[in-house]
Design a protein around this ligand. Structure first.
Ligand SMILES: [Zn+2]
Length: 307
């Protein structure tokens, strides 16, 4: 998750008496990138076109190509790339810039991934301290300001906007977590990259976090079934049994949250647990209360989520 820091607070009275001034500023800051499917702008890459697999990222990402590709899908227009501002001339431009420091950025691995998108004098500057953060800025521009949504590699929402005008942007972002790679298997594709995931450290993609199908390791039936049979899922025949049935639980059991909390707390204290995951597979609990919650919420995940 990325958090946004509000940079300016405009006093209400100032807003009330200065509408015309603010409008003028916004007009100046707005940047027209395309009109009626024809490009109006260029990208100035300053030599920064990709993030490498050796420094900050687990994979090579050509973020210049990505921006050009998505821009064409949004507007129908080709977005030319040039190396320098001089080459851009008077044309509006999206400008990639690596900078020595970002004044708002925090310390450590989250600060190193911060970026600042700022529109100024017919330019949209993407400023960051390294190519990983610059890649995040590109996808931040696409998602937060152009309206793209990257739900799955094969399911993205790309706006249809032959005319694309960016209003004034002053968007500083720094991730709340240094590593956001905890998506099993999905870290290998565009989904996690486009959503500004992975982070630091990038090897392995989930850093020090781990995940397991380990519910029954935390609350083993051979230890607990005799005293707490109702925490385990009811089978279709109305019985609960201690054998492994996709590690299914009764999400509406009153004892289950307390037992889980106690055991997770104990495990964390001795450093023996780093994750808690449901069974590999799924079998719904057939008890009356779980059926009612699943029906009410229209999801078999509901009894676990409401746990
Ligand atoms: Zn149940």
């Amino acid at each position: 998750m990325l958090k946004k820091r509000i940079l300016f607070v405009m006093p209400f009275l100032f807003v009330a008496v200065s509408v015309s001034f603010i409008s003028a500023v916004r007009l100046e800051a707005a940047v027209e990138l395309a009109r009626d499917g024809e490009t109006r702008a260029v990208i100035v890459h300053n030599g920064h076109t990709s993030r490498s697999s050796t420094r900050y990222s687990y994979a090579n990402i050509d973020f210049l190509d990505e921006l050009q590709d998505y821009f064409k899908r949004i507007t129908g227009a080709e977005l030319e790339a040039v190396e320098t501002l001089e080459a851009a001339g008077e044309r509006p431009a999206i400008v990639f810039e690596l900078v020595e420091g970002l004044t708002q950025a925090g310390e450590g691995d989250t600060g190193r991934q911060a970026y600042h998108i700022l529109s100024e004098n017919n330019r949209i500057y993407l400023r960051a301290q390294n190519d990983l953060a610059l890649s995040h800025a590109v996808f931040g521009l696409l998602e937060d300001h152009m309206g793209c949504r990257f739900y799955r590699p094969d399911f993205e929402i790309i706006p249809d906007s032959p005319t694309l005008v960016m209003e004034d942007i002053d968007d500083f972002q720094e991730p709340s977590f240094a590593n956001r790679g905890l998506l099993y298997a999905l870290h290998r594709g565009s989904l996690i990259v486009n959503n500004r995931g992975i982070g630091l450290r990038a090897f392995p993609p989930s850093g020090d976090m781990r995940m397991h199908h380990n519910l029954y390791g935390v609350i083993p039936p051979d230890e607990l079934f005799e005293d707490y049979p109702d925490i385990y899922a009811m089978r279709p025949d109305g019985e609960r049994r201690p054998d492994n049935w996709n590690m299914s639980l009764c999400g509406t059991s009153e004892e289950l949250p307390r037992l889980l909390a106690e055991r997770i707390d104990d495990a964390v204290r001795i450093g023996g647990i780093h994750s808690l995951g449901q069974g590999d597979g799924f079998a719904p609990c057939h008890c009356k209360d779980c059926r009612a919650v699943a029906y009410q919420e229209e999801s078999e995940a509901a009894p676990y989520i409401c746990l």
